[in-house]
Design a protein around this ligand. Structure first.
Ligand code: T4K
Length: 370
């Protein structure tokens, strides 16, 4: 039986990619904001309906750079979620800022705005929420709090490429949003990422920060690093964009099949379809309640593994409990995030996952039920 991993990169036909990179052999221009980079940037600005897209070599450096671009006070506190990939918290910490962890909503698993205000101190300078699994945060609630307290909002939208809320692109919320174009994402440039925003004054800073702080032939304005997207990455993006709608449609079919098997099963919690949201079907998390389902998340994961199916514990453990933080944070202060992280399993989902594959995965899961 073929093995199924948690995801599998979408790729264009080999010939299509070769055709796209052919001119690079003529120009010998391989990186540093070449023609492919410029083309992809323009296409994304149109698709995401946002005035500025700055491309990066990965999503993490995009997030690190946009936080740096805000020039926040060095002992500043940033309210964020611990229910995320390591990158979100690390981007805050690596900017010399202190993450303050806010609990999540038990339905969407995104930051719960009702819990934000009690965490605000005179050092709070920004909020970094995550549209986790592509679920859109309560952007209206977060904006109201940010406005009231004069806080910056940077969305980690790594999972939300192509998602819309009330017809508005996920690229348009907060002061800026970061997307990941990693190989495992709905849209990939092999490795890659972007920062999207409206404020023209950000353009100069972000372009400089990803290129050693260089702002002109004789001008180095910042001690920036190197986070430029190469021409080969951009070419992959240009190809993959042509097939994005088809890829999302295939994912949608798989998600609908999952829901037909798992929705309403006692002891399994799924994220409901969000009202007003056009989904990208990025991830399919399922939360197991052992007391009702009769098997733990880990038992289900083991059963899947024995059948050649690689589900993943995205996102366990909480980032606030990582060894690198030396017990600086108390996970019991975010009890919902802690509880969900111990019980969540992200099931395989990708463009080529067939409905037969989904049937096979769900059979193994349902066979675990006691
Ligand atoms: N913020 C959030 C909320 C994020 O989730 C992420 C990344 C970021 C920020 C940072 O963005 P980037 O800097 O990555 O652009 C993966 C990804 O590496 C990571 O991008 C992603 N989130 C995270 C959720 O998942 P791993 O360590 O679980 O990946 P790995 O290598 O185990 O791959 C998972 C599966 O994907 C494999 O079993 C098979 C498949 N795969 C993997 C690779 C590398 C492919 O089909 N092709 C591939 O090239 O972290």
């Amino acid at each position: 039986m073929n093995s199924i991993l948690v995801t599998r990169s979408s790729m264009p036909d080999y010939e299509e990619y070769c055709e796209e990179i052919k001119d690079l052999w003529d120009s010998h221009w391989l990186t540093n904001m070449g023609v492919k980079h410029q083309q992809l940037q323009k296409e994304l600005e149109e698709l995401l309906d946002v005035p500025h897209v700055i491309l990066y070599t990965n999503g993490h450096l995009a997030l690190e750079n946009v936080i740096a671009a805000l020039d926040l006070p060095k002992d500043g506190e940033v309210i964020t979620t611990p229910f995320t990939f390591a990158s979100t918290t690390h981007a805050i910490v690596r900017n010399g800022l202190k993450p303050v962890f806010c609990d999540i909503d038990p339905i969407s698993f995104t930051m719960d705005p009702a819990k934000i205000e009690s965490l605000i101190t005179d050092k709070t300078c920004a909020i970094v929420p995550v549209h986790v699994y592509g679920n859109i945060c309560d952007v209206d609630g977060i904006r109201q709090i940010a406005d009231r307290h004069n806080l910056k909002v940077i969305y980690d939208a790594a999972h939300a490429f192509g998602v819309k809320y009330k017809g508005i692109s996920a690229a348009c919320f907060g002061d800026a949003s970061m997307f990941s174009f990693h190989a495992t994402k709905v849209f990939n440039t092999i490795e890659g990422g972007a920062v999207c925003f409206h404020d023209d004054s950000f353009v100069r800073t972000l372009n400089a920060l990803k290129n050693f702080g260089i702002n002109g032939p004789d001008e180095v304005e910042y001690a920036g690093g190197n986070a430029k997207m190469s021409e080969f990455q951009a070419a992959m993006g240009i190809c993959n964009l042509r097939h994005l709608d088809d890829a999302i449609e295939c994912r949608k079919k798989a998600v609908e099949r999952y829901r037909s098997h798992l929705e309403g099963v006692a002891g399994i919690q799924l994220n409901p379809i969000q009202k007003g949201v056009t989904s990208n079907y990025a991830y399919f998390p399922a939360v197991f309640d052992e007391t009702v389902f009769g098997a733990t998340r880990n038992e289900v994961m083991d059963a899947l593994a024995q059948n050649g199916i690689g589900a993943r514990k995205y996102f366990y453990p909480l980032t606030s409990t990582f060894a690198c933080f030396n017990n600086a944070y108390d996970a019991s202060e975010t009890p919902i995030a802690l509880n969900i992280s111990r019980r969540v399993l992200t099931l395989p989902l990708y463009e080529e996952l067939s409905t037969d594959d989904v049937d096979r995965i769900c059979k193994v899961i349902l066979d675990c039920k006691k």
